[in-house]
Design a protein around this ligand. Structure first.
Ligand code: NAD
Length: 350
């Protein structure tokens, strides 16, 4: 065994009703004038956060959107300057947390992230921003939130189907961590635990979205999977989703959910030891199990259902192969085109 393990420094507060501890967390960091960021859909939760922070809540910016467009960040930057804030609280999914990270990148202000989906961005030093339609990703330690407050209560309102696709988005981080070039035993432990927690929790959330036990398990799994994403490199699945999302403007978690079984089926023959690990959690056919789980959560089946045109499959294949990157199985045009075609049709993985 030969590996390097590096942990990202961040403090995690996990539980139910934990936003009541936001004031204490801000005090620990010495912050007195916080900017609260959210999407327009989550203004209520942003107000809830503000009420917890009391006089420490200086300003609110509730215009975060998917893929962190630079124009939105620039508008938020003017609020940062005008309100002379000394820290950022991002409440929401990857969109709100992405904006908080973009502000931290430009200002080095401390961040408290309050995640309400399972996307996992809060655990990574990665920032993806879009400018003129192109998405550029960078990794920088300034971007990693100082504190993450996971409050199970804030996830109860995440609609069941979105909970399902967001959970599968998290599982995708853990699956690729298992066969990452820089994988290591600790990250693999977290990955398997995270996949297990989410696969158990998601059907329960479909049955009863208010089931706090299932919600807690899903959020716990999401934390672990997000940690995996922040710790090791990703491969073909994330590359494909990045390409498809950026080039064809497809929704983030739904795209991950559709592509994951196919990307895993592509890679498994090259990583028999990972196949054995996943069989322990997902059963004898891990790729098929993830396809079935996507069905259980009522996710869209094929990329065509997300609005991608069939004529774009060749372009997607070319783009996926344009900048070579590491993957456990060699990247070949014909099998990748077949993979995307099956994902487009919504067929089971092969
Ligand atoms: P999102 O943040 O856009 O949330 C989807 C929708 O659900 C939004 O309208 C949001 O307001 C709403 N929502 C979120 N939580 C809710 C709740 N608890 N109750 C009710 N509504 C709720 O989507 P996402 O999938 O969390 O994040 C996607 C974005 O995050 C993408 O831009 C993606 O690139 C980015 N991302 C980045 C990283 C990273 O490490 N940099 C990791 C994962 C995702």
């Amino acid at each position: 065994m030969d590996f390097v393990y590096a942990a990202n420094p961040s403090r995690v507060v996990f539980g139910t009703g934990t936003i009541e501890r936001l004031g204490d967390e801000a005090e620990r960091l010495g912050l007195e004038r916080l900017l609260i960021v959210s999407t327009a859909d989550q203004t209520d939760q942003a107000h809830l956060v503000a009420s917890q922070l009391g006089a420490r809540a200086a300003e609110m910016f509730a215009n975060a959107v998917m893929h962190t467009p630079v124009e939105v960040t620039e508008r938020a930057m003017s609020v940062v300057g005008d309100a002379r804030v000394d820290g950022i609280v991002a409440v929401g999914g990857g969109s709100a947390i992405g904006l908080g990270k973009a502000l931290a990148m430009r200002t080095d202000l401390p961040q408290i992230a309050v995640p309400t989906t399972y996307a996992g961005s809060e655990m990574t030093p990665i920032l993806g921003e879009t400018k003129d339609g192109a998405k550029v990703t960078q990794s920088d330690s300034r971007v990693l939130p100082e504190v993450v407050v996971y409050d199970v209560d804030l996830t109860l309102s995440l609609p069941p189907r979105l909970s399902g696709t967001s959970g599968l988005n998290a599982i995708a981080h853990a699956v690729e961590a298992l066969y990452a070039r820089d994988r290591n035993p600790i990250v693999s432990l977290m990955a398997l635990e995270g996949i297990g927690a989410l696969t158990q929790a998601l059907p329960g959330i479909m049955d009863n979205p208010d089931d706090r036990g299932a919600r807690a398990k899903a959020l716990y799994g999401a934390w672990l999977c997000g940690t995996c994403l922040g710790a090791v490199g990703m491969a073909i699945h994330h590359k494909l989703c990045h390409t498809l999302g950026g080039s064809f403007n497809l929704p983030h978690s739904e795209t991950h959910t559709i592509v994951l079984p196919h990307a895993l089926a592509y890679n498994l023959p090259a990583v028999p030891e990972v196949k054995a690990q996943l069989e322990g959690v997902l059963g004898p056919d891990p790729a098929r199990a993830l396809y079935e789980l996507a069905g259980t959560v009522g996710a869209a089946r094929g990329l065509k259902d997300l609005g991608m045109l069939g004529t774009a499959i060749n372009e997607a294949t070319e783009r996926a192969l344009a900048n070579p990157y590491w993957n456990p199985r060699a990247l070949e045009s014909a099998p990748i085109c077949a993979l995307i075609t099956r994902a487009w049709n919504g067929e089971p993985p092969q």
